[in-house]
Design a protein around this ligand. Sequence first.
Ligand code: ADP
Ligand code: ZN
Length: 726
Amino acid sequence: MYAEVIIEYPVKSLDKSFTYLVKEDDQKIIKVGMKVVVPFGKSVVNGIVIKITSAKPDYETKEICYIDNPDVYLNAEQMDLGKYLKDETLCTLITAYQTMLPSALKIKNQKHSYDLYDTFISLNTDLDSIEKYIVNHERSHKQIEILDLLKTQDVLKKDIAGAPLNTLIKNRLVKEVKVKKARINAQSKVEVLPVLNEEQQKAYEIVNNNINHYQTYLLQGVTGSGKTEVYMRLIKDVLDLGKTAIVLVPEICLTTQTVKRFYNRFGSDVAIFHSGLSNGEKYDEYLKIYHNEVKIVVGTRSSIFVPLQSLGIIIIDEEHSETYKQDSNPRYNAIDMAIYRAKKNNIPLILASATPSLESRARADKGVYSLITLNKRANNMELPTTTVVDMTLELKKRNFIFSDILKEKINERLEKKEQIILLLNRRGFSTFINCTMCGYTYKCPNCDITLTYHKTINNLRCHYCGYVIKKDDVCPKCHEAALNYLGLGTEKLEEELSKIYPNAKLVRMDQDTTSTKGSYQRIIDDFADGKYDILLGTQMISKGLDFKNVTLVGVINADTSLNLPDFRANEKTFALLYQTSGRAGRDKKAGEVIIQTFNPDNEVLKYVKENDYNKFYLYEMHIRHQLKYPPYTYICILSIKSKEYDLASVKATEIKKILSRKLDKKSIVFGPTPAAVFKVNNVYNFQITIKYTFDEYLKNTLKEIDEMCASDKKVNIEITFNPSRF
Ligand code: ADP
Ligand code: ZN
């Protein structure tokens, strides 16, 4: 018996299988998907079995050294999904499989065991012998106490540890028993389920009537319309059919509240999976899934690969979120993977959002997806009213950060003890420091970008490569005390707020305040509990969060995202502002939104003000059509990266020539041009953009280019289909 094995090195030149002989003893055990350790060249490496065969190859084969952890391996569905992932993203097969495994189970050398145990003490002999021992050791009161206790139950060792226990163990009257322990234990709560309203009921029925068939649904419902409630009901039905469910959510900040809802309703049937978990926690959750101990997985992007069996439904919440696209190798989109899995299992996939991506909504228009809409908030509350404030007029009144109206509304809410959310999509204190005397600006020496000042730690940081320096009191160039702080960040916003509202309790949520484990959750819980009056932060605060007492949302500067050099700038801005607005007035009190901008006539803001996704959609589709952007075309970006400018430039030109020669004549190739941030971490980045509708030569040409570049150690090329960022 032979096994074809792919090995752990994720390089193109080794992206093929090698055949090994399977030892007699291993023949009964070995399965496709198992991890093995094999000789390779002069060393020993890890690999995955991708095929088992009896055909003897016509070259001499070495033996597999051993099978590593045969209890946990990639199942047939995962093996198949890996091949699809490779085809879709052009990554190596080993990379595809590694992506599906939690860190603790990845193919690599590791000695560390992630299993966690509780040690219990239990009787080791029959009751007669115990009684005899007790009679003979009358004066060992402590030992007798322990034995009596153990007659009825096993006891945690740590509760009875000490010399008497040690004596009992030594005399073999009792023994230690290890029981595997899970790090995360969910509990359900008794809930009164709301009666679905008419719209929800209809949405529920449309999917439920077709629950055993593949169909992708776009569930477009305004913020607070009860989308979550609808798909939780569907999941319940799926479980009743003996099947399972995957629910993808964007980020940890969102998972916390969603997870709580799932725990409350489904308790220990739920496993969770996101980057906020430790490796040990992920390991435990993965094993629960693997051993069919749970029926629902709620998690971020990579949860789409979990080995849940008898899958019955897949939900992707906030489907427009960028986080579903991975921007490092393999550059996959979880929605594509979900569609593939849903088709294979012949089950429904629900994409839910208040602001669907233009791509998804266009597919719904064409009938590829089935569109279901929820137009009212579940509790019949009105959507918030929005005011757009022209900041050019405010500047004349010397209002640099807060307009008069925003200040007034904040005051009002503070008096009424209602809560406020403020959005500013920039972290740090000031994003730009320059010297008013000599014009010096702090820039990152490794990247093509200015450094952001973080006041609390008094240093300047690059948000691209992490470069850090201490800030001087005077200009490092002309030594004048003339440094000027420009570009408002969340840290400065917090400082300004505390000056104007010294009695308000503020909490800031951005990457800097949420870097430690559990900090997200703490901020969200505390704000929900009313421990703070104002929550301010970056786009982290914009999605999914449901706070009952928030009645005012302020957007400090809507222009930061409108001005991005990205064809999706409008779409992202609309989603950000609409979603943020949706945080207001979700419960019994009406909500209000103030948006500050220097472009008050901007069309996008107009549609945000009207809470009208559909009008925005038509407006933006028209622009995309004229400029031949998605969803009217597809886009693929090649990034050609090197530490040496010339090498990158020459290679980029060479690739451009190949593309122009080989691609369909209807496909358009732009570039090479320097990327938006041209230099990151001393690596230059040239981009070539391909716009296409259907191009039968594309995949093969890209594969060819990829292989051509595989041997070049100085130039790296990355291929991204449908990039989320431009
Ligand atoms: P969405 O996912 O669309 O933002 P949710 O499912 O989170 O909406 O619902 C918003 C709020 O309305 C939640 O607090 C939820 O418990 C409540 N809710 C949902 N459906 C109903 C209903 N039919 N009747 C009353 N309240 C509901
Ligand atoms: Zn940098």
